[in-house]
Write a protein that binds this ligand. Structure first.
Ligand code: ZN
Ligand code: ZN
Length: 729
């Protein structure tokens, strides 16, 4: 009786590939990698399951060439999670599995690191080694290796030539062993801060949940000491001899954060982020897989890190949009962290000062899972929020008089000020006052952004660039930049506050991690006292001397067409406000707006994020938006809008027919051209699905996707499925 092996292979096909076991097969386990013939190539596949069924005729079935692993690269729970994710997100299983592995492992690198040792061979131990007195190198080596113990290869680096000599004579041998797991007891040397009673309660709830599945929301205002709660909980996890996995947004993963963990625990840790080389990533993965790394910190894709003894998962800043992958395999690391915790039977802690409405709603249904830290730690007082009405206070290059006066007062008091504007560059538009022309991107339905210092125009949607020019191509009048970006605000501030020293933090001024740290150092040392930046500045950094935070333009998000627009705006405002007045200094927050009566701003001012969230959740419930419904967005991209619409119309017919048999119907919106129809030269359209019942939606989609794939156009048009999309554009 021959078994059939079902493999996942890294291809865009939504299917598994069947093979016969390798000749002389040893034991086979799902999760093992193997070299398999694929067309004319040999590729790495991951074994998903073994049974006796295949649609491939036995005569055409090929045999696995070679097993790579002796034990699976994924434990059973993680492998099941990946299979589940492929089904839930309707993404090809091969690509899902590949995205969970470091590139080196996708290419067949050994799962475990081995150490090479050298020692005397049987012959070397028993026969006297003849060495002339002039062969000093050989003698030096023998004085080490003569003790008959194995010696690590990396410690014999200066003895390469001599080793080769002895190896040729059969007197030494090379021994490969799997790297030994160091067992290190967690040590805490530093005196620990005293926990507030809220922190104590939150910690207790997490510790009580260890060993069982539970989703806890740690809802703590900025500066309330969430990280300290994490650290104490992790300590308990380590005492149980388990591992902790901590997910953080890309931008928050700074050496300072890692250092804070190192100081507390002095334990081997694995840090996984997009800046690692393939080898570094492999080493970090191995350390987590073997259990050597007791603490694993990483960004989005670290949710797939194989762990030896998972004990706790933490998702810090759980509302952050970087947890959602927006290309290819469009998964939410936060949502998968919850499913993963459930499969392992361990708790997951979602932490935020501004929880996503999904997470907040879930916690409200289970009030015991909502852990609140409503107070700032120590004697810190909450900041005071004020609106600056731009209709009554003229703005000079984006800065109103009350804002300029406030900056002066705070600088004179020796404090730092922070200005937030979510728009980089000098100005968003290059405009001709004579004929009304403005510089368009040739590939997108968008305008080019002016970057004055670099003397160029750049499209922020596709990256197109061209040199900046001074005269209108249409009427030859002089053109001028209109509106403000962070670069222009910096210029204005320099002119207005010549005694101030400015640090600008955005993607143009900070292109690599080193520059961010240099800028943060300038801020923390007090050398810079005016901070200007985008989201990059608003996230996670601790600036104890900032006493004034200014939101320069709140109006961008007030009238967003996206139903999540107001949530994002409220989160930004609260996060920026949280930068002001940490430590023992009272903070002031100014929000510039032309719509001071807007309900969102009024609610935030009167009742903070809670009041905003209450209102936003009832609006979502009435309008049937998530978290009260589930959404799926099907996108199509091709050379004309018409073709993109056509394939989505066909998809709509299929979905409509499939959902007729379902007990609960789907709502279909579109197809329609995407709000930005042309981007990077491609025309885009989309079809939105909405359902009140998640399982029904999944059933309909599973059937429909197979049929959509068979459409004649499906191979010519780039189309994708985004389950639980966070961007509807
Ligand atoms: Zn003109
Ligand atoms: Zn463009």
């Amino acid at each position: 009786m021959s078994s059939i092996l079902h493999f996942a292979i890294d291809t865009p096909l939504r299917r598994v590939f069947d093979y016969l076991p390798p000749s002389g097969a040893s034991e086979l386990h799902p999760g093992q990698r193997a070299w398999v013939p694929f067309g004319k190539r040999r590729v790495v596949g991951v074994l998903l399951s073994v049974d006796n069924h295949s649609d491939v005729p036995a005569s055409k079935m090929r045999r696995v060439a070679d097993l790579i692993d002796t034990s699976p690269v994924f434990d059973t729970e993680l492998l099941k999670l990946l299979v589940w994710a492929a089904e839930y997100y309707h993404h090809p299983i091969g690509e899902v599995i590949a995205s969970a592995l470091p590139i080196a492992l996708r290419d067949g690198a050994p799962q475990f690191a081995t150490e090479i040792h050298w020692r005397l061979s049987e012959q070397g131990r028993h026969e006297p080694i003849q060495v002339s007195s002039r062969a000093t190198k050989l003698q030096a080596l023998l004085s080490i290796i003569g003790d008959e113990q194995p010696h690590r290869d990396d410690r014999l680096i200066d003895h390469r030539v001599a080793l080769r000599n002895l190896l040729k004579r059969g007197l030494v041998e090379r021994v490969e062993t799997r790297t030994v797991i160091e067992s290190v007891a967690p040590r805490i040397d530093t005196p620990l801060p005293v926990l507030s009673s809220d922190q104590q309660c939150a910690l207790q709830a997490i510790v009580d949940s260890l060993g069982t599945f539970r989703t806890l929301l740690l809802y703590g205002v900025t500066g309330s000491g969430k990280t300290e709660v994490y650290l104490r909980a992790i300590d308990q996890v380590l005492q149980r001899d388990e591992q902790a996995l901590i997910l953080v947004p890309e931008i928050a993963l700074t050496p300072q954060l890692v250092e804070r963990f190192h100081i507390r625990f002095k334990l081997p840790m694995a840090v996984l982020h997009s800046g690692l080389s393939n080898t570094e990533r492999l080493n970090a993965w191995r350390a987590a897989r073997t259990g050597n790394a007791r603490i694993v910190i990483g960004t989005r894709s670290a949710v797939f890190t194989a762990l030896a003894k998972p004990g706790l998962i933490i998702v810090d800043e759980e509302h952050d949009s970087s947890y959602k992958q927006q290309e290819g395999f469009r998964y939410s690391a936060r949502d998968l962290a919850i499913v993963r915790a459930q499969r392992h039977g361990i708790p997951v802690v979602l932490g935020s000062a501004t929880p996503s409405l999904e997470t907040l709603q879930r916690a409200r249904r289970n009030p015991a899972d909502l852990l609140r830290l409503p107070q700032r730690a120590g004697i810190a007082v909450p900041p005071i929020l004020k609106l600056v009405d731009l209709r009554h206070h003229a703005a000079n290059q984006g800065l109103s008089t009350p804002v300029m006066q406030a900056i002066r007062v705070h600088l004179d008091a020796g404090n730092q000020v922070l200005l937030y504007l979510n728009r980089r560059g000098y100005a968003p538009v290059l405009f001709c006052p004579q004929c009304g022309w403005s510089a368009p991107c040739m590939s997108c339905d968008a305008r080019m952004t002016v970057h004055m210092r670099q003397g160029k125009l750049q499209c922020h949607h596709c990256g197109n660039e061209q040199a900046l020019f001074t005269h209108c191509p249409s009427c030859n009048a002089e053109v001028k930049p209109v509106g403000q970006g962070t670069e222009r605000i910096e210029e204005t501030l320099q002119a207005l506050f010549p005694d101030g020293s400015i640090a600008r933090i955005d993607r143009d001024s900070i292109s690599h991690k080193g520059e961010l740290h240099a800028a943060l150092d300038r801020i923390n040392s007090g050398e810079a006292n005016i901070l200007v930046g985008t989201q990059m500045l608003a996230k996670g950094h601790h600036f104890p001397n900032v006493t004034l935070a200014v939101i320069l333009n709140a109006d961008q998000g007030l009238f967003s067409a996206d139903f999540r627009g107001s949530e994002k705006l409220a989160q930004s405002i609260v996060q920026v406000a949280g930068r002001a007045g940490r430590g023992d200094r009272a903070g002031e927050v100014l929000i510039q707006t032309e719509y001071p009566d807007h309900p969102l701003l009024q609610r935030l001012l009167a009742g903070g994020y809670d009041a905003f969230a209450d209102a936003a959740l009832s609006e979502r419930e009435t309008a049937l938006w998530p978290p009260f419904t589930r959404l799926v967005l099907i996108r199509a991209e091709t050379d004309t809008t018409q073709r993109a619409i056509e394939i989505l119309q066909a998809a709509r017919r299929i979905l409509h027919k499939t959902s007729q048999t379902a007990s609960r119907k789907l709502q279909l919106f579109g197809p329609a051209p995407a709000p930005m129809t042309r981007r990077a030269g491609v025309h885009r359209a989309q079809l939105l699905l909405r359902a009140t019942h998640a399982a029904a939606l999944q059933r309909v989609l599973s059937q429909a996707v197979t049929q959509i794939e068979l459409l004649p156009d499906a191979k010519r048009v780039r189309w994708s499925i985004d389950v639980d999309p966070i961007e509807l554009f």
